[in-house]
Ligand binder design. Structure first.
Ligand SMILES: NC(=O)c1ccc[n+]([C@@H]2O[C@H](COP(=O)([O-])OP(=O)(O)OC[C@H]3O[C@@H](n4cnc5c(N)ncnc54)[C@H](O)[C@@H]3O)[C@@H](O)[C@H]2O)c1
Length: 316
């Protein structure tokens, strides 16, 4: 392997990397020189991912186990160290959807999504950060958020909670891990995968991608919606030494677009001596708060030529 690769000598874990975005991340990290621990719940998918990376000249091993538990997190870190001698990079990408409106969402729908995304991110990051601190590795923790976590989305109570929680944890970890030189960032991806294939709004882009054709410019540029490979470059960059100064950020990427998300900040501040009673608020809330904040994502209408179905109902 060339000594000039930016991730040469580094070792990465990518959860949920048997297919989709996770596989693209693992492949790109391997192409840039890292050895990779593949993780998925499906054994055949994980084995295929390892073979794909090996075929490109990279190094990978698989851990077939569901993220969420402390045991799986331990197994992932142990495998990285046993197989490749160290751990530098963790990408918490594994995910599932159980979409439905609040009043129909079961405890199981909620717990399943929270366990994989939020608990999976927490347990893996705790294990990785502990190992990195003990071994004085200035590592990289890259967590995967979603536009839904940033803005909310109809039918995604569980997913919005998990993804917003992940960005909240990232802000906290950037503070806690700064002294150890470990960065923690959230990537907010948008790409054509199994997760977005069912969203009618994206149908023509997903079909173009599946057919190996270029995606329409409207998707790549106006919507920031492209392929998994379009997201992978940012993951490799954040994993590298070049991004040592980038921490606590939520960075959106997809198609041709890169975006830095703001963190929540007060947008209006007002004072009332003695505090704000009900009467004060009833009389003065509108003036004190100013224009209210919008929620949800706004999608432009599809150009006529790309219109196969109406409006996004659900998305990853
Ligand atoms: N595709 C998008 O546009 C988009 C947008 C925002 C966020 N995301 C996020 O990106 C990540 C990957 O999404 P994707 O679109 O590639 O989805 P995907 O369904 O194609 O891939 C997810 C992978 O995670 C695996 N997985 C599920 N539960 C797991 C578990 N408990 N342990 C280990 N692996 C598990 C699945 O088997 C699958 O291989 C998810 O966190 C998703 O929420 C995707």
């Amino acid at each position: 392997m060339s000594p000039h690769l930016p991730l040469d000598g580094k070792v990465a874990i990518v959860t949920g990397s048997g297919r989709g975005l996770g596989l693209a991340y693992a492949q790109e990290l391997a192409r840039r020189g890292a050895a990779v621990v593949i993780n998925d719940v499906d054994e055949a998918t994980a084995a295929e991912a390892v073979a794909t990376i090996a075929a490109e000249g990279g190094r990978a091993v698989a851990v077939v186990a569901p993220v969420g538990s402390a045991e799986t997190a331990q197994q992932l870190v142990r495998t990285a160290v046993d197989a490749f001698g160290r751990l530098d990079i963790l990408v918490t990408n594994a995910g599932v959807l159980r979409d439905t409106v609040l009043w129909k969402m079961s405890d199981d729908d909620f717990d399943t999504v929270i366990t994989v995304h939020l608990r999976g991110t927490f347990t893996c990051a705790r294990e990785a950060a502990s190992w990195m601190r003990e071994n004085e590795v200035a590592g990289r923790i890259i967590c995967i958020g979603s536009p839904t976590g940033q803005r909310g989305n109809f039918g995604q109570t569980n997913y919005a909670a998990a993804k917003a929680g992940i960005v909240g944890m990232v802000r906290t970890w950037a503070l806690e891990l700064k002294r150890a030189g470990i960065t923690a960032n959230a990537v907010i991806p948008v790409a054509a995968t199994a997760m977005t294939a069912t969203v009618p709004y994206f149908a023509s882009a997903v079909e173009a991608d599946a057919a190996g054709e270029p995606m329409p410019a409207f998707f790549r540029h106006d919507l920031g919606f492209g392929t998994s490979d379009d997201v992978a470059g940012l993951i490799a960059y954040l994993a590298s030494d070049a991004a040592a100064g980038v921490s606590g950020q939520a960075i959106g990427v997809g198609g041709d677009r890169l975006q830095l998300w703001s963190h929540p900040e007060p947008v209006a501040t007002a004072f009332h001596e003695g505090g704000w009673s009900y009467d004060d608020l009833a009389a003065g809330f509108a003036d004190a708060a100013g224009p209210l904040q919008s929620v949800g994502e706004k999608f432009p209408p599809l150009p006529e030529a790309l219109r196969q179905a109406q409006g996004p109902q659900s998305r990853a």
